[in-house]
Ligand binder design. Structure first.
Ligand code: KG4
Ligand code: ZN
Length: 342
């Protein structure tokens, strides 16, 4: 039987995305960002996001289908993010999927956005279940054992900020450009990570939960002390602060990953594998630390390419294909869910 052609739609935050998959082959993946629409407001404005999704979804679908070199009639099924997310955007996507499916006379299926992220290593690296996943971005930070398309065990996660958010705040406090992750990483190169004492939050507490808000407070205090003492920040101060902060995030993620790996390996998985995904996975220091840890434990280390780690519709189409293969479909009663834990 030939691989099914899936059209995926994603509109749960500030990216309007559509993608076409044939089996695990990505025929197209269109992502239309809205950064400039929200820039003046210092964050995503739900009302503006919803309107932009409503305006752009049809264009995204048209482009995805054209770039895939197919016609809309070739689509075998439609997969759509049905939550969690900003409800206006999710609603636009769900309504579009229902319309397309009804018009084409093809099935459609609602997908959990987080499941889309969590299943991406199967799309990109063909991992088999169960694998351990660290989702680490500007909005998320959690450890999951991924056992099936709808079967996840959450081992722990952040109790306050996500690490990407902490990188962004650090950059802001030091007058470095956004997004903060890449600029903090670049500034930290060659600097002294031990000059300033940053805490290692929650290492004294059992389990896999994490906390990052204390690092931001520590940075603020260190910065203010330097400014007071010397009237400003020198280049070297900025670099050492970035290096110290990044080392703290790295150490915390490494230790919590070690604990998560222990829980995962206790189940004796047949093909032990670990995947890191999300914007922060781009950080070389963090990535290298976790890769080394995996090698030490005899666990395969994978990291999907960044364009598939950040919000996109290929991951939604892929998750949809697994759901459909398991006999799941949605009907016109499918509703958009602002909250939808895995
Ligand atoms: O996954 P993502 O693109 O978006 C969501 O959070 O949904 O992640 C973006 C986050 C930002 O906070 C950004 O600063 C962070 O990932 N990031 C990094 C790096 N590149 C991006 N953090 C640390 N080091 C990096 N090289
Ligand atoms: Zn996301």
């Amino acid at each position: 039987m030939p691989d099914k052609i899936l059209l995926g739609l994603e509109s749960s935050c500030d990216d309007t995305a559509a993608a076409v998959l044939r089996g695990r082959e990505i025929l197209s993946s269109v992502v239309m960002g809205q950064t400039e629409l929200h820039a003046a407001f210092g964050g995503v404005v739900p009302e503006i996001a919803a309107r932009a999704h409503a305006e752009k979804l049809d264009l995204a679908v048209e482009q995805a289908v054209a770039q895939a070199g197919i016609s809309l009639q070739d689509v075998d099924a439609v997969a759509v993010t049905a939550g969690p997310g900003l409800i206006g955007g999710v609603l636009s996507g769900v309504m579009m999927a229902k319309g397309l499916a009804a018009g084409l006379g093809k099935p459609f299926v609602g997908v959990n956005h987080l499941a889309g992220h969590a299943l991406t290593p199967r799309l990109t690296d063909g991992l088999s279940y169960p694998y351990l996943m660290l989702l680490v971005s500007g909005g998320h930070c959690q450890f999951l054992i991924v056992r099936g398309a709808q079967d996840f065990t959450r081992l722990g996660g952040t109790i306050d900020d996500a690490p990407g958010e902490a990188f962004d705040k650090t950059a802001r406090l030091l007058g470095l450009p956004q997004p903060g992750g890449p600029s903090v990483e670049a500034t930290a190169v060659g600097a002294d990570e031990r000059r300033f004492a940053f805490p290692r939050p929650l290492l004294d507490r059992e389990g896999c939960d994490l906390s990052f808000s204390g690092l931001k407070t520590a940075l603020l205090r260190l910065r203010d002390r330097l400014v007071e003492a010397q009237g400003g920040l020198h280049e070297a101060d900025r670099a050492d602060l970035c290096a110290g902060f990044q080392a703290a995030v790295r150490d915390v993620l490494r230790e919590k990953t070690r604990r998560a790996l222990a829980l995962y390996l206790a189940e004796a998985p047949a093909e032990p594998a670990f995947a890191i995904a999300g914007g922060v996975a781009a950080n070389q220091a963090i990535r290298a630390a976790l890769e080394t840890l995996c090698v030490e434990h005899g666990v395969r280390f994978t990291a999907p390419p960044l364009r598939l780690c950040t919000d996109n519709a290929a991951m939604i189409a892929y998750a949809g294909s697994e759901l459909l293969a398991a006999g799941e479909t949605s009907d016109m009663a499918l509703s958009a869910r602002p909250r939808w834990p895995l």
